[in-house]
Design a protein around this ligand. Structure first.
Ligand SMILES: C[S@@+](CC[C@H](N)C(=O)[O-])C[C@H]1O[C@@H](n2cnc3c(N)ncnc32)[C@H](O)[C@@H]1O
Length: 200
């Protein structure tokens, strides 16, 4: 069954921002759960991912090899850019967007995980030390690199800090607490939602 773990809440942002029947592409769609959700709300949603399951709305390919799939009113991407060939992927996305089409990204700056985060995770049943985290994520683009690449190709319309650790420990109901602690500076804010429009 499709998991909404990483895009729950982000779907509402997209549904608020886009008019019904908008054509939207989910880059790095994984199991296609977000595509399914957007389509259920009347959007013409399509996903692309080399690891996508067989489904009429999903294209099993890297986005940079799927440039003949037409143009989109919006592109979204959840936790995928940090894995990708950033320059090529963002250039492809810019080409796939109709004029004034928007790119919506949900990502994390994994380099922000620190001792405060590790202590909070440990207090909530997790056990990821800073050293383990860095070893696990070290081969991914940092959030700073992803944001810099976005800044090269897109003009930023919004950038919002988001909670992350609550989902990581499987307790999404703790997001409000995490958000409060982020605002107090007691936890790092390292996940983010971005919206931008391709530079002309
Ligand atoms: C961490 S998973 C996230 C999946 C899904 N977005 C979610 O939130 O559950 C990252 C996905 O990005 C995909 N991906 C990485 N580079 C890609 C590319 N160039 N084009 C399309 N998908 C890509 C991977 O195959 C993987 O399924």
């Amino acid at each position: 069954m499709a998991s909404d773990l990483w895009w729950r809440g982000f779907d509402a942002l997209l549904l608020d921002a886009l008019s019904p029947r908008s054509r939207v592409l989910d880059v790095g769609c994984g199991d296609g759960g977000l595509v399914e959700r957007l389509a259920a709300h009347g959007l013409d949603a399509v996903g692309v991912d080399p690891n996508a399951p067989a489904h009429p709305r999903l294209i099993r390919a890297q986005v940079e090899d799927a440039s003949s799939i037409g143009r989109f009113d919006a592109v979204c991407s959840v936790m995928a850019l940090h894995h990708s060939d950033l320059e090529r992927v963002l250039a492809t996305i810019a080409l796939l967007l109709r004029p004034s089409g928007r790119l919506f990204v949900s990502e994390f700056s994994w380099e922000g995980y620190d001792e405060r985060a590790a202590a909070w995770v440990a207090a909530h049943g997790g056990s990821t030390t800073v050293e383990d985290w860095q070893a696990e994520h070290g081969d991914l683009h940092t959030g700073a690199v992803v944001q810099a690449a976005l800044g090269e190709a897109f003009d930023t319309l919004s950038l919002t800090e988001r909670p992350y650790l609550a989902r990581m420990v499987g307790e999404p109901t703790l997001e409000c607490e995490e958000q409060r602690l982020m605002e107090e500076g007691a936890l790092p804010a390292f996940a983010w939602w971005y919206c931008g429009v391709a530079k002309t």
